[in-house]
Design a binder for this molecule. Structure first.
Ligand code: MG
Length: 385
């Protein structure tokens, strides 16, 4: 079976002002999607979502650039042609996201050809469902109503979620927020949740090592599951010290796209959990990363933001892992997230069930480009106060 066509479908939707999400000085004003579609000479079509953080139009340009090398290729070829590989050490987000979208679409096709879910192709013992965690906590403002965080968490609990991750709120300097004030809110949240949901915290690389250590110790005491990217990415030694200082796993690596980039973090013990995202690195590379991480007894809990197709691809990755734990699902993406999918999967009581269809198990909604036409420009703005 040969590849006959490749295209990128871009989609957007402006968030209603009250649905915008924000953290630090950043505010997201729209939802984007970048979907790669690969057609074959035998009528099968594979789809994969590239992480829109690579920039939708730049991703499309890279897919177009890579296309000539892929057209005519046999699908049973074990690897992509050389130019369509990830950069080993480079950091071109758009390029790597384009490759990731292509790779996911190829895994969708491989599953369809085999008549099996992609997860089952990757691991014959893969379960047919994955547990989700509600990823949110970026609509509370330290100046207005920080308790919105607790209301939100209880809302997800009522929806049946068994795990919840939140961010550290608007820019602390605007409102003189200290570690103590922040931890006061965190304790209130933990008390309100009262052990009924697992809790994870996302630092978005905003903390100093001293702040991160104080927070890590307290949230370990509160029974949190992990502490994500508290420090700037480049500070591998700081991560290693922090990860060694507490029993709570320090997690990260969502923007790393190759095993080579993860390697120094693994070698130095920087992470207790790694978080590659198949929308950024592709399923093939995520499996390599997972295999290496397992040798360090480090679990994989992928990053997954944006739309339903990316959630599906990351869900197949989670199901294929030696220790399937949880899948992130963005709670702030709005209607584009699942309405971009023709028949969304069943999500019930905090679990995502694979549809009984081979490959990734979903198709794109037919009217996606008419319904969600791409809107030029960046998805976020920086706000001043
Ligand atoms: Mg993260």
């Amino acid at each position: 079976m040969k590849i006959t066509a490749i295209k990128t479908i871009l989609a957007s939707r402006m968030h209603e002002p009250e649905r915008q999400w924000f953290t630090s000085t950043f505010r997201s004003i729209k939802a984007d999607g970048a979907f790669v579609q690969i057609d074959t000479d035998e009528g099968l079509t594979g789809i994969g979502e590239a992480c829109a953080y690579g920039g939708p139009t730049q991703i499309k340009a890279w897919v177009d650039w890579l296309k000539p090398e892929l057209l005519g290729c046999e699908l049973n070829q074990p690897a992509l042609p050389l130019a369509a590989q990830l950069h080993p050490n480079g950091r071109s987000a758009a390029h790597d996201c384009a490759v990731a979208g292509i790779d996911c679409a190829l895994w969708d096709l491989r599953g369809q050809i085999a008549g099996k879910p992609t997860a089952t192709l990757l691991n014959p013992n893969a379960p047919g469902r994955v547990r989700l965690y509600a990823s949110a906590g970026c609509q509370y403002d330290w100046r207005a109503r920080p308790e919105q965080l607790i209301e939100e968490a209880l809302g997800f609990l009522a929806q049946g979620f068994s795990a919840y991750k939140f961010r550290i709120g608007t820019h602390w300097a605007w409102d003189k927020v200290t570690v103590e004030r922040f931890l006061g809110l965190v304790r209130e949240l933990a008390q309100a949740v009262d052990g009924r949901m697992e809790l994870m915290m996302e630092g978005n690389q905003r903390l100093t090592e001293e702040q991160a250590l104080a927070i890590a110790k307290e949230i370990e005491r509160l029974g949190f599951i992990w502490f994500e990217e508290p420090l700037p990415m480049a500070d591998i030694d700081g991560y290693a010290r922090l990860n060694a200082a507490v029993g709570l796993p320090i997690s990260g690596g969502e923007s790393l796209t190759t095993l080579e980039q993860f390697r120094p973090y693994l070698e130095k013990g920087a992470y207790g959990i790694v978080q590659p995202d198949v929308g950024w690195c592709g399923i093939s590379e995520a499996m390599r990363i997972a295999e290496a991480a397992a040798r360090y007894r480090v679990d994989v809990c992928p990053h997954s933001w944006h739309n339903g197709l990316m959630a599906m691809a990351n869900a197949h990755l989670v199901a294929a892992l030696p220790n399937p734990r949880v899948l992130e699902v963005c709670m702030h993406q709005g209607p584009l997230q699942w309405e971009s999918i023709a028949q969304p999967p069943l999500i019930k009581d905090g679990w995502l069930y694979f549809p009984e269809r081979p490959g990734l198990g979903v198709t794109l909604a037919a009217e996606i480009e008419q319904r969600f036409p791409y809107i030029e420009g960046h998805y976020g703005i920086n706000v001043e106060r």
